[in-house]
Design a protein around this ligand. Structure first.
Ligand code: SF4
Ligand code: SF4
Length: 653
């Protein structure tokens, strides 16, 4: 059937598409002015990721209710995309016959019902049991109204055609046929014209509204997921400090300092609130909530603050407005524990740690502005090779009586990377000694670096001191490579993450294991056995850098489940959803002056399980939770490293 008012429709469509092009151009300008983004990884990996996370919507299924209605609407978009394209062409008198193809019409008609059901479920949830993470914004209802209107007017338009012409394809369009029963033959022609125009207006209005709404992700999410970093999660990109080139400044302090993928992240946020739901800083009333941080940055960019590159702004004599201070406070930037809960939770792979560390890099390296407590840790790492700032020559004191072989004297299969906690912290030193006992008992050949070992620099990098991190990384890689090290064991998740995922940037490529992985393997081979019944009911706290960063969730639980007399009760936030202890991202060395203490909240979550104590696999987590039990008068609730439990079961009794 011909479309009504040919010339008028063509003009309306052209004008609307013109405005859409203008809106998209405005959004493009900050992307063009942003820094480059290296796109690593193969095309095959990218298409796999696209298929899994866009077409299968895998991450959405963490919330099955939302996944259900989102999938109905998403696939409705896919199916209606063709029909909408045909409608726009109809405006120019072009009638693509594909839109009358029976099976397509049938699927389109079925999706009218499915999409309307999805809209109903979405509204029902928002009105009657809205999750705490979700704001009840008008934007969501506007978009749902657009989509619902499109479905209904499509059915009415096709229904009117069925009534007027009884076309051959009518048998393939039962839903439109049902809409036809709402009209009389006399009113069908008028209804067709009215519905056709309303449908066109809704479609064009929807397309033009998206760039100004939180649903801009309809355009950008495909690209955001396609171009997502495929590196190990949370890896900080190496700054080329020798050759800053056009960057001219270090880190992020304005919109132009983000790379284009980071800007696209801001565009893509749907404000679903998943990232903030269990962000430890938000849960403890600190100024950082990841979603709000992202929206501040996005609005700053939308305000036109980053449409020009720094060079263009210099040439035009334009001042670039600062982002830090103006829109994002320093307290916000320093609050982050880099736990990556937000990044795990986001269905659209929007990252936060890279942006926050980028801002810290600017504060530390350009402004020398950082919490005063950080200075002692920086100085300790630089002068003594450890953030505790203990004398370098006492690094080996923990094992002087144990006859542990040095890598300089014994070429072993594994290097045991002791780490600064294992070398200087009292409890950490005990864990290092127990590691030696357990590795020996289970027949592992290992050596240590001893006085040659330095801090890995994890805290320095995450506190923004990239100069210091690179200095430490280069020294360590030189020493490790000098000894021909290939396999490393460590009990510190922060060391594990840095050695495994970041030293490759400096020529250090190693297979790195957490000691729990090695012990779990030896248990399964029957090379490590336990004899003492521990009679303990425990919960397990996942270190962010072990669990979420490196996917090591099972090995510590495997050990616990093999210890005689130990039963496990999981916390609500456990595994990949585990909540941070508050020490990551260099927060271990900073005071926590705002809001509730994160370690107190985590202890409360552990206490809620009614277990007798908490086991964990990280020296930082141990210090944080042990301190929390003392500060909250809960000393009866014991904190254990899995290592000490394994040691007790293997050696005592
Ligand atoms: S990394 Fe952790 S602390 Fe930082 S914003 Fe994300 S959830 Fe919050
Ligand atoms: S960043 Fe991701 S998880 Fe957070 S609100 Fe935006 S879309 Fe949702």
């Amino acid at each position: 059937m011909s479309h009504p008012d040919g010339m008028a429709a063509a003009l309306v469509i052209l004008a609307s598409l013109g405005f859409l092009a203008y809106s998209l151009y405005r959004r493009y300008l900050p992307l063009a002015a942003a820094r480059p983004y290296p796109v690593p990884g193969t095309l095959t990996d990218r298409f796999k990721s696209l298929f899994t996370f866009v077409f299968l919507q895998k991450r959405m299924f963490r919330d099955k209710y939302a996944a259900f209605y989102h999938i109905l609407i998403f696939y409705g978009f896919v199916v209606f995309g063709l029909k909408s394209g045909c409608l726009l062409l109809e405006g120019f008198g072009i009638d693509l016959t594909i839109q009358h193809f029976g099976p397509y019409l049938l699927s389109k008609d079925i999706f009218i019902i499915l999409v309307l059901a999805g809209i109903f479920l979405s509204i029902f949830r928002r009105v009657f049991f809205r999750p705490e993470r979700l704001d009840n914004s008008a934007d969501a209802y506007i978009i749902l109204a657009f989509i619902g209107g499109l479905m209904i007017t499509d059915g009415l338009t096709d229904g009117a055609v069925i009534l007027l012409q009884n076309p051959a394809w009518a048998a393939w369009a039962p839903v439109s046929g049902a809409f036809a029963t709402l009209m009389s033959p006399a009113s069908a022609a008028g209804a067709y014209a009215v519905c056709w125009w309303i449908h066109l207006a809704l479609l064009l209005g929807f397309m033009n509204y998206l760039p100004y709404s939180k649903h801009f992700h309809v355009y950008t999410s495909f690209f955001n997921i396609f171009f997502r970093p495929l590196d190990p999660p949370g890896r900080i990109q190496k700054l080329d400090l020798e050759n800053l080139g056009e960057q001219s400044r270090i880190g992020i302090s304005a919109g132009q300092d983000f790379n284009w993928k980071q800007v696209m992240d801001f565009y893509t946020c749907t404000e679903c609130g998943r990232c903030r739901e269990n962000c430890p800083t938000r849960l403890t009333q600190k100024p950082l909530s990841p979603m709000e941080y992202g929206l501040e940055c996005r609005d700053y960019i939308y305000d036109g603050n980053s449409n020009l590159t720094r060079r263009e702004a210099d040439m035009a004599g334009r001042e670039i407005k600062p982002l830090i201070g103006e829109r994002v406070t320093e307290d916000t930037i320093w609050a982050c524990t880099t736990c990556r809960y937000c990044e795990y939770a986001c269905p659209l792979f929007i990252s936060y740690v890279d942006k926050i560390v980028g801002m810290r890099q600017h504060l530390v390296l350009e402004q020398s502005s950082f919490p005063p407590e950080a200075q002692n840790a920086f100085r300790g790492m630089e002068v003594n090779g450890n953030p505790w700032n203990m004398p370098r020559d006492t690094r080996l004191d923990w094992c002087r009586d144990m006859n542990v072989p040095l890598a300089s004297e014994h070429k072993a299969e594994y290097l045991f990377w002791v780490g600064c906690a294992g070398s200087y912290d009292d409890h950490g030193k005990k864990m290092a000694r127990m590691t030696v006992d357990l590795l020996r008992k289970s027949g592992i050949d290992f050596a240590i670096l001893g006085p040659e070992e330095n801090c890995t620099g994890d805290s320095a990098r995450r506190m923004g001191n990239e100069y210091l991190f690179q200095m430490l990384a280069q020294q360590n890689v030189e020493i490790l490579n000098g000894h021909g090290v290939k396999k490393i064991i460590t009990f510190c998740p922060h060391c594990l993450n840095t050695l495994s995922n970041e030293y490759g940037q400096f020529g250090g490529s190693y297979e790195v294991f957490h000691v729990a992985e090695i012990l779990a393997r030896q248990i399964s081979f029957g090379r490590l056995n336990f004899k003492t019944d521990l009679n303990l009911e425990l919960t397990y706290h996942d270190s962010c850098y072990l669990g979420r960063y490196n996917g090591i969730l099972e090995a510590p639980r495997f050990i616990l489940n093999h210890l005689p007399g130990v039963t496990l009760k999981e916390m609500k936030l456990s595994g990949e959803r585990g909540m941070c202890c508050g020490a990551g991202g260099g927060r271990m060395w900073l005071e926590e002056k705002i809001g509730k203490r994160i370690n107190h909240l985590r202890l409360e979550q552990a206490l809620d399980t009614k277990a007798g104590g908490v086991a964990l696999s990280c020296p930082f987590c141990y210090i944080m939770l042990e301190n929390a039990t003392k500060e909250k008068g809960s000393e009866a609730f014991k904190v254990y490293d899995v290592l000490e439990l394994a040691h007790k079961a293997a050696f005592e009794g």
